[in-house]
Design a protein around this ligand. Structure first.
Ligand SMILES: [Cu+2]
Length: 319
C-alpha cells in the first residue's frame, strides 16, 4: 500500500489523459470570450462612456477609460475562465477519489515567469500611457497650476476665469473688458484656458461634459485647457466640499458657435460696463477685501458692508 504523496508524485510524473491539453483549451476559451467582450464593449458601451464627447478633454478621458476597460476585461475573463474551467474539469467525481495536487502545483517556474512577465508589461504600459495622456492631449483637463506643462500649440486661446466663492461661480472674460458674469458661455472649436481661482475657501471647478475639473484655491491661479467640440449645454458644479451650500454651487454652461459667442460676449460687455468699472482690474488671483466677511472683492466704496457683515462691528440690538 503506497502513501498519498507517492500517489500524487506518480500521477504528476506520468500524466493521464485528464492532465493533458488543458492550456490550449483554456487559452482558446479565454481568447474567444475576451475578443467578444472587448468588441461588444467598444460597439455598445464605449461611445457612451462619461464624460461624453463635448470637448477635446472629455473625448480624451472617454478614450482613456475605454483603453483601460479593453485591457482590464481580458484579465478579468482570464481569472473567471480559469476558475470555472478548474471547477468543471478537476472537481471530485461522485464517490470518486479526492483530487490531489501534483508536483506542478508548487514552484511552477514557467507559470510564475509568464504571470510576472504579463503583469509587468501591462502595468508598465499603463504607467507610460497614463503619463502621456495626462500631459499631452490638452493636459487631461485637470488644472496644471499657474505654469502648465502642456500648453496649446495654437495662439488663438480664449482666457476665461472661473472664480469660486461661497457659494457660487462667477466668470470673468479678460478679452472682453474683464466683465464678470454668472453665465458661462464658451465658443465651439476655440481652445480655452480656464483660469481657476477662489475668493475664500477651496472649491473645485468641475465642468462635467467638458471633461474639466480643476482645484479652485484662494490666491492660486490654476490653468486648465480644453477645446469644445459640440454646441449644447453642460453642467458646472463645485467638486470640493466648501461649506453649507456647497451643493448649491450649480451652474449650467453653454457651448455656442463662435459667432453666437461673440455676440453674447460683446453685448454682455456693453451691458455690464458700469459694473465692470467697479470691479478690481482683472488679475489671476484676488485678495478679498480685508473686511471681507462675505468673501466679496468689491471695494467698500462700491459695495459697503452692512454693520452685520463688517468684521468687529457692533451687532444689531437683540441680535
Ligand atoms: Cu464650492
Amino acid at each position: 500500500m503506497s502513501s498519498p504523496s507517492a500517489q500524487s508524485d506518480s500521477a504528476a510524473s506520468t500524466p493521464g489523459p485528464r492532465e493533458q491539453g488543458h492550456w490550449p483549451k483554456i487559452l482558446l476559451i479565454w481568447l474567444v470570450l475576451s475578443v467578444a467582450a472587448d468588441l461588444a464593449w467598444l460597439k455598445w458601451v464605449g461611445p457612451h462612456v462619461p464624460p461624453g464627447r463635448m470637448s477635446s478633454t472629455a473625448n480624451g478621458a472617454a478614450f482613456d477609460f475605454n483603453i483601460l476597460i479593453v485591457i482590464a476585461v481580458p484579465v478579468l475573463i482570464a481569472v473567471w475562465v480559469y476558475m470555472v474551467y478548474a471547477v468543471v474539469t478537476w472537481r471530485a467525481g461522485r464517490g470518486g477519489a479526492e483530487p490531489v495536487g501534483g508536483a506542478k502545483a508548487r514552484g511552477n517556474s514557467s507559470i510564475e515567469a509568464t504571470w510576472i512577465g504579463i503583469t509587468t508589461v501591462i502595468v508598465l504600459f499603463l504607467a507610460g500611457f497614463g503619463t502621456y495622456e495626462l500631459i499631452q492631449p490638452e493636459g487631461a483637463g485637470g488644472g496644471q497650476g499657474p505654469v502648465p506643462i502642456w500648453t496649446p500649440t495654437t495662439h488663438n486661446v480664449l482666457q476665461i476665469q472661473a472664480i469660486g466663492q461661497q457659494w457660487k461661480w462667477t466668470f470673468r472674460y479678460p478679452s472682453f473688458g474683464g466683465f464678470e458674469s454668472d453665465q458661462l458661455v464658451v465658443p465651439e472649436g476655440v481652445t480655452i484656458a480656464f483660469h481657476v481661482t477662489s475668493l475664500d475657501v477651496i472649491h473645485s471647478f468641475w465642468a462635467y461634459q467638458l471633461g474639466v475639473k480643476a482645484d479652485a484655491n484662494p490666491g492660486q491661479d490654476n490653468v486648465a485647457f480644453t477645446t469644445p467640440q459640440q454646441t449644447g449645454t453642460f453642467m458646472v458644479r463645485c467638486a470640493e466640499l466648501c461649506g453649507l451650500w456647497h451643493g448649491a454651487m450649480y451652474h449650467q454652461g453653454t457651448v455656442e458657435s463662435p459667432m453666437e459667442f461673440n455676440a453674447w460676449a460683446t453685448s454682455t460687455e456693453a451691458k455690464l460696463a458700469t459694473n465692470t468699472a467697479l470691479l478690481p482690474p482683472f488679475a489671476y488671483t484676488y485678495t478679498p477685501d480685508a473686511n471681507g466677511a462675505d468673501g466679496g472683492y468689491y471695494p467698500d466704496s462700491a459695495d459697503p458692508y452692512s454693520p452685520v457683515e463688517t468684521y468687529g462691528a457692533a451687532q444689531p440690538a437683540g441680535g
